[in-house]
Design a protein around this ligand. Structure first.
Ligand code: SF4
Length: 419
């Protein structure tokens, strides 16, 4: 099994198929813009993508572009451009990097796929289940291009998903249909929606299975692999390509498990990562954990594209439920119980919380959770200060030192936790 020269991790062969699928995705969007058909909808990453596919749109996800801007380290140069037109350095750095990229007229899609620009939206569709920033982000482009902006306002910070949440969200989704019909030129078709929800359900079950492979000791994949291989679950769910891809990936991971192939040689420690990835530093962090024989085996972030509730028999209700059941929508008591379960079932011996400066929504260390967790599970926790995209908020030296000290602490406490 070859080692990937760039990451130092064992290469996953399915990645070449994933790269092909992503290229097809962006080239199809580009072609649609050039031909004027089919129409392009922008959608938030945990938004109502199934409805958009069912209406015949090609779907583009700006957060995926935001992550690309971070991973290519272009974000830090573009963010000040958005700041200069009034978008604060303290708000979502996906938003500021993306708007800055637009203002500068540059995108990583040019180098990777030959696109001159991101595909302009014919309609912008958001869901505030993750944060309010997505609404303001899409509103920028609605003003810029004079295209319709529609969205769903999800109840947030909730303990349980109640029937009245679902009823409200179903009504909001149905209210969007006339706008979507007008822009797409297609009539809403319930059977098509059922089929899209069925494909999303299949994708989600396979993606869950992929992530659950990480529970094996030693784990056949890392969080850093998962941040790459989650792309089809984000941008292709609702399409058959995503389902086929995860069957392929799962087969490879099961072979690894059968042959006891570890993603990290001599795996000594198993970490749970909470919060956003630090996109521009994934490679460096992956290498550091490898050198410490430590595997980040599970994360809240990659789990965000598990939507257990999808049900083709009740497409609207199950979408409403699936998009509200998400971790990011829930209150601290739910989040803690959820994480406890994954930590126990993945034999985790330490938890790292990433406090992302510009994403309070996906930072769970600000209300005492690491301290409560450390007491409750008798497990060491560490908070890293950084950001998803804005590397000015991240100290390489300090983080490296803190992780080293944390792993030393795990060496001392190993086997004493989770009592
Ligand atoms: S959840 Fe965080 S990273 Fe995602 S769009 Fe909202 S503020 Fe940005």
């Amino acid at each position: 099994m070859s080692e990937d020269n760039k990451t130092g991790r064992k290469g996953i062969a399915a990645v070449s198929e994933m790269k092909r699928l992503m290229a097809d995705h962006f080239l199809a969007l580009d072609k649609a813009k050039k031909n004027g058909s089919p129409k392009v909808a922008w959608c938030t990453s945990v938004g109502p993508a199934e409805l958009l596919h069912a209406m015949g749109f090609l779907v583009y996800y700006p957060e995926n572009h935001g992550a690309l801007l971070g991973a290519t380290r272009m974000a830090t140069d573009f963010i000040p451009l958005a700041n200069s037109v009034g978008y604060s350095p303290d708000i979502c750095s996906y938003l500021t990097a993306d708007v800055g990229s637009y203002l500068k007229g540059e995108t990583p899609l040019t180098r990777s796929y030959g696109l001159e620009s991101v595909p302009m939206a014919d309609v912008l569709v958001y869901n505030t289940n993750q944060c309010r920033d997505v609404q303001d982000w899409f509103a920028f482009y609605a003003r810029e291009w004079n295209v319709p902006l529609v969205g769903i306002h999800t109840h947030r910070n909730i303990q349980a998903v109640e029937d009245y949440h679902v009823t409200d969200l179903v009504a909001q989704m149905k209210d969007m249909i006339p706008v979507l019909e007008k822009v797409s030129g297609n009539r809403f078709d319930m059977e098509r929606l059922r089929e899209t929800v069925r494909l999303s359900k299949e994708c989600t079950l396979l993606w869950r299975e992929v992530l659950e492979c990480g529970a094996t000791v030693p784990a056949p994949l890392t969080f850093f692999d998962a941040t790459v291989h989650m792309a089809p679950a984000v941008v292709l769910r609702g399409l058959p390509q995503a389902v086929e891809y995860y069957k392929l990936l799962l087969e490879e991971l099961k072979e690894r498990i059968a042959s006891k192939v570890a993603a990290v040689d001599n795996e000594r420690h198993r970490i749970y990562w909470d919060g956003m990835p630090i996109w521009g530093k994934l490679r460096d962090l992956s290498r550091q954990f490898m050198s410490l024989n430590t595997n980040v085996v599970a994360s809240t972030y990659c789990n965000s594209w598990i939507f257990d509730a999808f049900d083709p028999e009740q497409p609207f209700e199950s979408m409403a439920r699936a998009y509200t059941e998400l971790f990011i929508v829930r209150d601290e008591s739910y989040k803690e119980a959820y994480m406890d379960e994954w930590i126990r079932s993945f034999s985790v011996d330490g938890v790292i919380f990433h406090d992302a400066r510009t994403c309070p929504n996906n930072s769970n260390s600000r209300y005492g959770m690491p301290q409560r967790m450390a007491r409750r599970l008798n497990i060491p926790t560490l908070v890293i200060n950084g950001d998803l995209n804005d590397l000015r908020c991240y100290s390489e030296e300090q983080t490296r030192t803190n992780i080293e000290a944390f792993i030393e602490q795990l060496d001392e406490t190993n086997g004493k936790g989770l009592s």
